[in-house]
Design a protein around this ligand. Structure first.
Ligand code: ADP
Ligand code: MG
Length: 253
């Protein structure tokens, strides 16, 4: 049976999308079939995988709100073999409000993916930077959560709220949900501040922290504008090495 993993953290810019796309591509390189579900109205994962969002006729919005029921019809190929995506759309920014009066509003995505769940080894859900209904749908659909955590002075700020939300979802909506890993991201090995942040994170979260630390790498920041994941854009970069290591670690967890 496949694994469904949400990439979540209400902080913007901590590496959710970068991790979703490049972990997905690295898992594909290892031979697994992967589906990315882009749940962020900003559609960064969709753009990162080279899809022209202005030419899209359908997106995850149509599934969550538009009454379209066949999720297979919105799945797109990407430049990576074995990696597919359900694209997002800016319309999704209204979803938090539009979903409010829907019965079972936290479970819409979970039900939508049921028919295709077994077609993939990994389904990775890129959540938006908030703890609203979209992220709740992501957490209710997933079996696991991976939390990208920026190695900065404020790293632990906001984590209590995130962990509490995950706990509530586990109690009320999705009993099997577990935190698989917390991934330190955007690490600058030459700054003492980053070293100290990493130490603090490691003490606080112990074995939830991955052995893999994602280093700051300019190639990772450049890749989205080329519409390619790091595995194709710069396969020998630090970024590609780190995400391959992360993939191997996630496979074992
Ligand atoms: P989120 O999805 O959590 O908002 P992103 O993955 O979009 O965060 O990352 C925020 C910004 O930082 C993006 O411009 C991205 O390209 C850049 N970035 C993320 N991780 C790295 C890294 N390891 N090295 C360099 N730039 C990174
Ligand atoms: Mg993002």
């Amino acid at each position: 049976m496949g694994r469904t993993i949400a990439l979540a953290n209400q902080k913007g810019g901590c590496g959710k999308t970068t991790t979703c796309v490049n972990l997905g591509a690295s898992l594909s390189s290892e031979g697994y079939s992967v589906l990315i579900i882009d749940l962020d109205p900003q559609a960064n994962a969709t753009i990162h995988l080279g899809i022209d969002i202005h030419k899209l006729t359908n997106s995850i919005y149509d599934i969550l709100i538009g009454g379209q029921t066949n999720i297979s019809s919105i799945i797109l190929n990407t430049p990576v073999k074995r990696l597919k995506i359900t694209p997002s759309h800016i319309n999704l920014s209204g979803a938090e409000i539009e979903l409010v009066n829907t019965i079972g509003r936290e479970r819409v995505l979970k039900e939508a993916i049921l028919p295709i769940k077994d077609n993939y080894d990994y389904i990775l859900i890129d959540c938006p930077p908030s703890l609203g209904l979209l992220t709740l749908n992501g957490l209710t659909t997933a079996d696991e959560v991976i939390i990208p955590l920026q190695t900065e002075f404020f790293a632990l700020e906001g984590m209590d709220k995130l962990l509490k939300t995950i706990q509530i979802v586990k109690e009320k909506l999705n009993h099997n949900l577990k935190i698989t890993a917390i991934v330190p991201t955007l690490f600058s090995k030459n700054t003492r501040l980053a070293q100290e942040a990493l130490k603090k994170i490691a003490v606080h979260f112990k074995d939830k922290i991955t052995g893999t630390v994602i280093r700051r790498n300019i190639k990772l920041a450049e890749a989205p504008s080329h519409g390619l994941p790091i595995t194709l854009y710069a396969p020998s970069s630090y970024g590609a090495v780190d995400y391959k290591r992360l993939a191997l670690e996630v496979i074992k967890r």
